[in-house]
Write a protein that binds this ligand. Sequence first.
Ligand SMILES: [Zn+2]
Length: 385
Amino acid sequence: MGAFSFSTVAHIVSEPGAAKRLGSIAAQHFPAVRRALIVTDGGFLKTGLVDAPIASLREAGMHVSIYSDVVADPPEAVVLSAVAEARKNETDLVIGLGGGSSMDVAKLIAVLAGSDQELKTMYGIGNVKGSRLPLIQVPTTAGTGSEVTPISIVTTGATTKMGVVSPQLYADVAILDAELTVGLPPKVTAATGIDAMVHAIEAYTTKVKKNPLSDMLARQALKLLSTNIIAACEDGKNLEVRQAMLLGAMLAGQSFANAPCAAVHALAYPIGGIFHVPHGLSNSLVLPHVLRFNAPNAASLYAELADIIAPGATGSDEARTQALIDQMDQIARRTGIETQLRQVGIAESDLDRLADDAMLQTRLLTNNPREVTRNDARAIYAAAL
Ligand SMILES: [Zn+2]
């Protein structure tokens, strides 16, 4: 067995309703903090689901300020204005309360607010210097797993996405509360859930850093996600199903934080960057085609995952890999999300630009079980059109 290292968030609370106890959880872990900043988006703020967590923080004696200008695919300007807000409020505890974008911005506030390092020098792996403010993450979608990853994705320039990947970005506490996710529409539930499944699939088949812990987490994540995703789309108010989805997404996050994602994400990022397609849907659109492309090098691992996602599939590794691909395709179709690039406004004439941009995602492509050339990337997009 090869050498490996593994990191994750030290404290995890998985319990429907736990966000209502945010204040006491925060006080328990950080008795000295007095000034919390909640990082969220305007849409989630309007749901009123932020009110109880805020009240509990105040009850615990904390001053609470809110930054709610996070947008999907947050640009650098949003990160910098959020940092300014944290400094103005003399924030000593950062709380990400939202989807992946809010949690990613919260991570960067926590490392930037007390530092003179500039954001643009942090892109890449291991480039954050210094420490950070205390950080609690509370996801409101079951997908990104951002609450347990050391990764923050920022949109730089017009369409390019860059990642900050550093151990300082691991939160201190992650809180999984299904009550925050019951209002998610079925299509968002589907796309974010498939994103989480992609995290587990890519972690399990990554060329580097795959290890016994990341494998165990990926398998358990896929079991929870594949058995609950349809039910979560059909009955969004079912707390048990929603909690299982949150847990599955977090386990997948713990897995890919240590055994990184690959070509599905590399090809999905340009779709989100250029066409503003949500992250989960971008992944779902290219997933079956990347799996088919990777199959010659990854069929034995895909077959192991087919035993979890498509139980009952039999035969050769290739046959079970096909069952895995069919099952993922079925999930997308049954939940009614788009399955072709043309359905999200992408045309044949866009494929060269997509392929060029995908090749810039070297951080991800280098992990893929099969080498992806520019021509391969274009062919995968063409198949997905
Ligand atoms: Zn993802």
